[in-house]
Design a protein around this ligand. Sequence first.
Ligand code: SAH
Length: 216
Amino acid sequence: MIDTALHQGRRRKMTKGLTAKNTYNENVISAMSVVPRHAFVSAGLDNMAYEEKPLAIACGQTISQPSTVALQSHLLGEVKGKKILEIGTGCGYQTAVLLQMGAEVYTIERHKELCLVANSNLKKCGYDKAHLFLGDGHKGLAQFAPFDAIIVTCCAAAVPQGLTSQLATGGKMAIPVERENGEQMMVVITRVSEEVFEEEEIGKCSFVPMLEGVVK
Ligand code: SAH
């Protein structure tokens, strides 16, 4: 993986742009200032990797724009040393940011091709500790639950029960949910106790849909 002065300069500009517009946990920004985002986008998009835009990846999917990655990482609260479940590995960029923040990351992707892409992207950047799974994220990963936080990077039709049940007490889940008017809303669900969940609406957002089943 080659990280040129040009890439580093663009990355600095990206993180400056993020902090100029919003306040994020400091470790979110320090992680994003290290992770080489250009290594996660398709070869032809290298020069756009640090722009505030979602970009196309394989299988008709997208890598979320930098501010969305920053916001979702921020919404999870302290992740260092915590066990996190991510739904929608995509190209693996968000996974890398969470690993760089010191989290233990379990991540599920429904496209086999993207699992392979993410695995290769993460390895070439030296992130060899991610737990990657091919599967349907609606079910989570019961065998590794509970998770201290859950991040869903695709838009759910409704909050999947299979996921809330795998959230540890005190844990937070950041999930885009489609509302009746078709708009997508970023929602944070906090498991206050075994039985009690609190929901907070953060703001409108735009994600690819969370779909059923696996594509091999
Ligand atoms: N976190 C990613 C964002 C990828 S876009 C990144 O940093 O690049 C969202 C991803 O969610 C897509 O790759 C899509 O295939 C995946 N996805 C959609 N529905 C899913 C499901 N039910 N289970 C797992 N992954 C899913």
